[in-house]
Design a protein around this ligand. Sequence first.
Ligand code: AHR
Length: 623
Amino acid sequence: ISISVASSGGNATSAYQYGLMFEDINNSGDGGVYAELIQNRAFQGDNIFPKSLDFWNALGGAKLSLQNLTTPLSAALPTSMQVTGGNDSTIGFSNVGFWGFPAIAGWEYKGSFWVEGDLDGNVTVCLAGDDNVAYAEASVEVSTSSKWTQYNYTFSPTVSAPNSNNTLNFTFAASDLTGAVNFNLLSLFPPTYKNRENGLRVDLMDAMADLHPAFFRMPGGNNVEGVYPPYWWNWTQTIGPLEDRPGFPGAWSYENTNGLGLLEYLLWAQDLGMTPVLAVWSGLFLNGTFLAEDRLGPYIQSALDEIEFCMGDASTTYGALRESMGYGPFEINFVEVGNEDSLSSGGPSYTAYRFNAFYDAIHAAYPQMTIIASFYDVDGATPPFNAAGDFHEYAIPVQMSSQFGYFDNYTSAHPLLIGEYAVVEYDQPGTNEPLWTAGAGRAFMPFWYGSVAEAIFLLGAERNSDKIIGASYAPGFQNLNRWEWIPDLISFDANPAHTTLSTSWHMLELLGGTRITENLPMTITDGEYGPAYFVAGRSAVTGAHIAKFAVYNGTESFNLTFAGVGAGATANLTYLTAPMNASQPIGGNIVQTHEQTVRAGRNGVFSFKLPEYSVAVFNVAAN
Ligand code: AHR
């Protein structure tokens, strides 16, 4: 196939082509990116997930019970764990972590806990292996008090544990306990990304940083909605000291601590250089219940307050609140109202009045803001005004690989975010099944030819990126010990050596790592799209001429020219291959990166081949 790339006549691309979407699903927030290591640290719960002593065990015959004391730690955390009795001379309790604790030599861990009651003496906190080795230990002197008091400790293992089958044990002499002692908000953090307090897990942040993401859609997905009334992702309960955050019954079968709150999301975006796409609650619960028009007012106000908290200066009420927490304003250019509202029985109310009401209020206060409806007009429903839409696509390879041209006739009147996409299961030859079958037959992890199919879909978005804002794979993470949605971009458990960057992650690292800022027209001769799909253009940042390729079922030979690039010029060709059906092994990598230098021959023609099921970036650096 011969491709001649023109030097003008193209269009500017979106600055946000590749981004991230995150919600707490698959224990990807608590037990995942949020670096807290203790599970059920503050005995949070509600009608959906009742409070419990899950993940805690008694030591030395101590008796553990949940108590709602007349003087709780805080109104938000009214329930604490009481320790009484015991058979042994040393008693206490242990936590099993999020399915284990990493014990890594040289890591500086920071811990804390709150205590009230009749304990006078030393509490030993020990990161202990199932081989009874104490990998790290701290001694904390506690005094009897009827006032809740916070104690801090640090420790650092000198030897790494062979695995993460470790527990965190809190023990003390039974003789130091003269009655009952109460504990709450017991916390332990490993080193965090950029050393932030209450911060995020380093290896997972590094994995995201390597994708050079430009936007960050959060905090849902379904998780922004809440399962049923009165639960919705109420941002006011996710800010401030941890003892003031009550938790939230997440949409994905577990209580969220809300330690990962609005500010943590904004800092996450800031630390990775991403523009936030802030999802606000739209008045719809996941069970289909939705608010009547005359009840929306307070929730629209809450969304406005939330935006003010993010962006406002110190002269505004909520901007001042954020400043009092030590943070300057964050820039917000995108707000999404709800999530997949069209999929629910509450959908008609969204188009009838809910979206318009949020839009009117947000647009009046922030006329420059891109306001995104949680549906899209590719399939017929048109967002009102100049609103953007959010397109979600979970598919099988045959479907996704055929969507290179899907957005070609899309209107530029309503820019489109592809807020979620993924190939979720293998093709099933012989069934002529054009769509994925919810639940059945899902792939455990992304697999290579599915990732190449995603690349074709993404290049289709890139070629229309004057109207497509950008795309984010979903879900982002899977805790290998507890998950409900597969496949996911990155899988992990408590042991960082098990962190697995999927085949789709590698495809995205390549395609997202090189940005075309101006798509240029191509003349194609001696062939057509399929099995190779491609876009070409230029980067105003580096001055490079760039082409990107996804090759599906068949190899392809290319004669590529860029207007203005002559004979003898050299280009770097980077392409990825992997066994067609393969997924990553835990902690391993089957994706191979090939690097090649290609020199332009007569008339500036670059000739090269790409194999079946490959993804490539071709880069001619500026002179
Ligand atoms: O990504 C998982 C879920 O898929 C999201 O929460 C929801 O928006 C979609 O249905």
